[in-house]
Every structure is written in C-alpha cells, then in structure tokens.
Design a protein around this ligand. Structure first.
Ligand SMILES: N[C@@H](CCC(=O)N[C@@H](CS)C(=O)NCC(=O)O)C(=O)O
Length: 207
C-alpha cells in the first residue's frame, strides 16, 4: 500500500499506525500548497479533495478520510483496535469525535485567522480535549492497549503544543507516554519532526 502524506499533518497518524502494525508501505510526500507530490504528480488527479491522508491499497483502491483509514488499519492489525463487545463502534465513535470535533477546531490556526479567532479556536480545542480526558483510562484511550485513535490524538496534541494551546497535566503525561513509543519516534524521525521534549507543552493552570 501507499500513503500520501505531508510531514506533521494528520496523515502522521496513519504512518504511526502502519509502523505500530508492522505493515509495509510506501510513503509519498505531498506539498499541500502546490498539490504536487515528491514524484512530480498532480495530487489533485490522485485525490480530488487535495487533502492527506490518502491510502492506496495494493489492488489500487484509494481510501481517503482519517476515520476510514484508521478504522481500516485497525482491522488489518487487530492489536491496534480496542477489544470487547461493541469495540468497532467505540473506535469509530472516538475517531469521528477526533475528526469532526477536535481536528476541525484547529482549522483557524492554519487559515490566517485573527488573534481573537485563534483565541476562540484555542478555547474550543481545550473544551474538546476536556471531553476526551474522561475517556483516558489507564495508559491510552481504550485502556492498556494503544489503538489507531491514540495515534490520531497524539498528532493533534503535537499541534496543541505548536499553537501553545494549554493542556491538562494528565493529557501532557499521556502525550509524553505516546511520544516514547518506538513506532511513534520512528514516524516522527521519518517525517523530520523532533521528538517532543518533556515540559515543551504549556500546561493548563488550575483555577
Ligand atoms: N476530511 C479529511 C480532512 C483531512 C485534512 O484536513 N487534511 C489536512 C492536513 S491535516 C490537509 O490535507 N489540508 C490541506 C488541504 O485540505 O488542502 C480527513 O478527515 O481525512
């Protein structure tokens, strides 16, 4: 399979999941501004939506959308899926929340919004992270087992750090725990991204 990605973008969650699963894949970098791939292809012809990630399976079938790709990868590597009754629905539930509530809340940071729009975006991200915190059981979102949802949340916590969105001590500890996983470190290194240092994240001040 082939993953179209951009360094540090949400496609990083797919790369982390592929590495965690031990699956083999080709990775093709996309310049999101010009929509040209590192091979000189017109990315709009590959994915008319123009966004990453896009996973192209070995039979040529393209799969877009984080929720679909991360559900698919969890199906290919059941160790990356929650276990127990209703687990598939629970995975889709949290992936959908991450995509349609949390991911979307970051958009003003990239779209030259005003300072007040960015402050509103930061508050929206904080509210949504607080909701997820209630799901943080034991080590990861689904308990002791790392899933594709953790890969997605990790990517957004990197953005929270980049945009100085304050996060709770619990979420910060989670972020650092995920950053220590060898597959996560390998994915960061492959995309030329630094491994986050402890304390590099603004912590929420209790009020
Ligand atoms: N609906 C898509 C959106 C993915 C998305 O927002 N990708 C961003 C990078 S994190 C992107 O490619 N932005 C550039 C663009 O859409 O032109 C999904 O959930 O997979």
């Amino acid at each position: 399979m082939k993953l179209y990605y951009s360094p540090g973008a949400c496609s990083l969650a797919s790369r982390i999941s592929i590495y965690e699963a031990g699956l083999s894949a080709e990775f093709v970098r996309v310049d999101l501004a010009s929509k040209i791939t590192e091979r000189g292809e017109d990315y709009m012809a590959v994915n008319p939506a123009g966004s990453v990630p896009l996973l192209v399976l070995d039979d040529g079938q393209p799969v877009s959308e984080n929720v679909a790709i991360l559900t698919l990868l969890a199906g290919m590597a059941p160790q990356l899926a929650p276990s127990g009754p209703f687990s598939q629905i629970r995975l889709i539930q949290i992936l959908s929340f991450l995509s349609t509530e949390l991911h979307i809340a970051f958009k003003p940071f990239w779209h030259s919004a005003s300072e007040s729009d960015k402050a509103a975006a930061s508050a929206a991200v904080v509210r949504r992270l607080t909701l997820i915190e209630n799901d943080l059981r034991e080590l990861y979102l689904f308990g002791p087992r790392f899933t594709t949802a953790d890969a997605y949340l990790f990517v957004m916590l990197r953005w929270a750090r980049e945009f100085a969105v304050p996060i709770s001590a619990e979420m910060k500890a989670y972020f650092e725990r995920v950053a220590e996983r060898p597959a996560v470190r390998a994915a960061l290194a492959e995309e030329g991204l630094p491994v986050p240092l402890p304390d590099a994240m603004p912590e929420m001040v209790a009020t």
